[in-house]
Design a binder for this molecule. Structure first.
Ligand SMILES: NC(=O)c1ccc[n+]([C@@H]2O[C@H](COP(=O)([O-])OP(=O)(O)OC[C@H]3O[C@@H](n4cnc5c(N)ncnc54)[C@H](O)[C@@H]3O)[C@@H](O)[C@H]2O)c1
Length: 371
């Protein structure tokens, strides 16, 4: 018998730029011309049925005009499309159109598009580069930054995927103007989450200005776009693979992700997170990490952002409690919640541990109280 040692130590530089601004399509083409993805000349522009005519077609045409090969691939808009089947559809379409390893994927859309296209890019030909062009506040606030890509399964959201960092992220604030109000609110949930977990001043700023987002106020939208990115990348830079600190970004997501699935996607991701944030604030209050007044301030801000703060009547409470166990923070069958310390900080449980064990009874109590 003989043993071979395969030496594969790697130093990987996955650094990338996030560009925040208005109408960044031309900048994207200029960056590609200047070597953003090396010598690649073939692009798959992946988008959904709503974003296609609004923004993706223009990027596709600009690529052709600049002399690149490009194909536009779209799927039906909505969370229901974030599946293995739609991933397969995108892959098969790319293969049929002659795409091999020498290509780049440009994801143009919200979090569904960036999550799915980033996952395709991670496995197509064992990995091709991808670029995110975020067109929702939610994608700008969270989904397009940080390198988590995934699809949903019938059991729960985001269960199949990989860590895959984009070559660059474009956050085009001009695209928020066509977003329905409900979608803007959905993005504000992740924004409020960031303030709750990392920055009291930002929470105060949101408390003063949140309604201005609905008026497309330039200064407020820019501030929100920058602050979201800053908070998220500061965490991701320290713990890309969620071995500890990155769990803090899960504030509100234990109940949030579970209720999103149990609602059959009647609730948008951000709406589900908003309910989850209220649950987390109440749980934090219950364990003495924040005051009743602080928990109430979180609820009131979510309310002003036109987000739900109660569990809807149609949600089966017991099904919701059971669904909590599909959360990735569950350890040895034990539920674990990320909790906030006051406003602007997270409870640290131990070294590199940011999720507190919570019994099923404690979780049920908080859920039943949210009528
Ligand atoms: N990868 C991560 O770290 C991460 C973080 C948070 C959320 N997510 C995921 O993000 C997804 C939610 O993202 P989302 O809210 O952007 O969803 P989405 O991509 O479904 O977009 C919401 C809706 O808005 C439409 N839309 C997009 N841009 C538009 C525009 N500019 N004008 C008009 N309509 C527009 C879309 O067609 C869609 O109907 C969820 O799947 C969630 O799991 C991922």
């Amino acid at each position: 018998m003989s043993t071979f040692q395969v030496e594969l130590k790697k130093v990987v530089d996955d650094s990338y730029e996030i560009e925040v601004g208005y109408e960044l399509q031309e900048k994207l083409i200029e960056d590609i011309k200047n070597g953003l993805v090396g010598k690649i000349r073939k692009f798959a522009v992946v988008t959904d049925s709503i974003v296609k005519p609004l923004y993706a077609e223009r990027i596709y045409r600009m690529l052709l005009l600049a002399g690149y090969q490009a194909e536009l691939i779209d799927f039906l808009a909505g969370e229901e499309s974030k599946t293995r089947q739609v991933k397969e559809y995108v892959e098969d379409t790319m293969l049929a159109k002659g795409f091999r390893r020498d290509c780049c994927i440009i994801a143009v859309g919200g979090g569904v598009v960036t999550d799915l296209a980033g996952f395709v890019a991670g496995t197509f030909g064992r990995g091709v580069p991808f670029i995110n062009y975020a067109t929702t506040l939610l994608a700008a606030a969270d989904a397009s930054v940080g390198g988590k890509t995934a699809v949903d399964t019938p059991l729960a959201t985001n269960l199949i995927g990989l860590f895959n960092q984009p070559e660059k992220v474009y956050i085009d604030i001009a695209t928020w103007k066509t977003l329905p109000k409900r979608q803007l609110s959905s993005g504000l949930a992740e924004t409020i989450k960031h303030a709750c977990l990392a920055n009291y001043e930002f929470f105060e700023y949101l408390s003063k200005n949140i309604e201005k987002v609905f008026e497309n106020d330039d200064a407020v939208c820019r501030k929100i776009a920058h602050e979201n990115c800053r908070i998220k990348y500061q965490v991701v830079m320290k713990d890309e693979r969620e071995s500890g600190l990155r769990e803090v970004l899960n504030l509100g997501h234990t109940v949030g992700r579970a209720i999103e699935t149990v609602s059959g996607y009647r609730l948008l991701h951000g709406e589900a997170v908003a309910i989850g944030l209220v649950a987390a604030a109440r749980m934090s209050e219950k364990f003495g990490y924040c005051t009743a007044e602080e928990a109430e301030r979180v609820t009131a801000l979510l309310d002003r952002a036109c987000l739900p703060t109660q569990i809807p009547e149609y949600i089966n409470r017991e099904e919701l409690v059971k669904k909590l166990y599909t959360d990735k923070k569950v350890k040895n069958g034990q539920l674990r919640f990320v909790l906030q310390k006051g406003i602007g900080s997270i409870v640290q449980i131990g070294e590199n541990d940011f999720a507190r064990p919570v019994s099923e009874e404690e979780a049920r109590e908080v859920i039943l109280a949210m009528k």
